[in-house]
Design a protein around this ligand. Structure first.
Ligand SMILES: Nc1ncnc2c1ncn2[C@@H]1O[C@H](COP(=O)(O)OP(=O)(O)OP(=O)(O)O)[C@@H](O)[C@H]1O
Ligand SMILES: [Mg+2]
Length: 333
């Protein structure tokens, strides 16, 4: 079991209110991802859940029981940090087993769990090595292994892959997805990487300004963002925002359209503009254009397209993919 409930969790550092009342339900076995701009309080919230930091007020319940007074080691939580924090003088095996050893677990149990975790993470060959003799990706796997051997109810990951290069990130991401399936454990994971968030999460929590802006599945956030912040934060390149009045519309204050939901044509279309820049990504072509009616726009076209700066083109939004936002920034359904 590993459900988590946060009720009106607040945190202030002196006069600064970092978390302004967080309410969240995480079901047993769920994979929940926290995203939000730097400094919005993601790590602080993880540390409060782990017990490494006290909330200023509010309740934290694990499996229905209040844990605010329970010390970190007794919460059944394992946290994996961005800096792997391995002991340099200990072997991989001893690094992985240390938590259990300190908790007084029998030797045979430590052996068995270390063996199981190392096989899940393909670390069997490295058990006798020291961290200095490993690659960054292998070290990160050891840090994850150290969490697994403790068989926690709840895993907390704070940007665990951000030190890895692009290829390793993809591999480790797939491993984490597989681990989640195998362990069926509850996981809460902080990342700045959109692809990680979209591909790993059952549920994404978008934080900004000390409050939760929206909670939903990746596709809910992509298809039905609740407000301008979420609309602009989820999706890359970001959604285009156009002042509704410029388009002669009175049914909204801002109109949003994602770059991938526009087509371009040299002949005709809704918004005529001049191309300012083109990015050829191979699989996609990103075209930036300055249009008279809608202002600066980004269009994302599938495949290779031979547009050039200064060319005149016409952008046409897919009408069924327009988002409308009111003066308060909230979506108009
Ligand atoms: N011990 C502390 N004392 C005072 N302020 C703190 C302390 N720890 C964090 N803060 C502040 O709280 C805010 C939230 O910090 P936090 O580390 O939770 O952000 P974050 O969302 O994890 O950011 P990042 O994405 O950059 O890791 C920041 O403005 C930070 O400066
Ligand atoms: Mg952080």
């Amino acid at each position: 079991m590993g459900s988590l409930q946060l009720k009106s969790v607040r945190k202030s550092f002196g006069p600064v209110d970092v978390l302004k009342g967080i309410d969240l339900d995480v079901k047993d076995g769920e994979f929940v991802i926290f995203v939000g701009p730097s400094g919005c309080g993601k790590s602080t919230l993880l540390r409060i859940i782990a017990g490494l930091e006290d909330a200023t007020s509010g309740n934290i319940l694990i499996d229905g029981g209040e844990v605010s007074a329970v010390p970190p080691a007794k919460r059944g939580i394992a946290m994996v940090f961005q800096s792997y924090a391995l002991y340099p003088h200990l072997s991989v095996k001893d690094n992985m087993g240390l938590g259990l050893k300190q908790a007084g677990a029998p030797k045979a149990q430590i052996e068995e769990r270390t063996k199981k975790a190392s096989s899940m993470l393909s670390l069997e060959k490295y058990l006798e090595r020291r961290p200095a003799e490993l690659s960054g990706g292998q070290r990160q796997r050891v840090a994850i292994g150290r969490a697994i051997v403790r068989e926690p109810k709840l895993f907390l990951f704070d940007e665990p892959l951000s030190n890895l290069d692009a290829a390793l990130r993809v591999n480790t991401r797939l491993e984490i997805a597989r681990l989640h399936r195998e362990l069926k454990a509850t996981m809460i994971y902080v990342t700045h990487d959109q692809v990680e968030a979209m591909t790993l999460a059952d549920k994404i929590v978008v934080l900004d300004g000390g409050v939760i802006q929206q909670v939903g599945s990746p596709m809910e956030l992509y298809n039905r963002p609740a407000n301008l912040f979420v609309a602009g934060f989820i999706g890359s390149p970001a959604m285009n925002f156009i002042e509704a009045a410029r388009l002669g519309r009175s049914d909204a204050t801002t109109i949003g359209i994602r770059p991938e939901h526009m087509t371009l044509s040299r002949e005709s279309g809704e918004w005529k503009g001049r191309i300012v820049h083109v990015e050829h990504l191979g699989a996609d072509t990103i075209v930036y254009l300055d249009s008279e009616k809608a202002g600066l726009l980004t269009a994302r076209l599938f495949g290779e397209h031979h547009y050039e700066p200064d060319e005149i083109v016409h952008a046409t939004p897919n009408a069924s993919q327009l988002h409308r936002f009111g003066v308060d920034g909230n979506v108009i359904q």
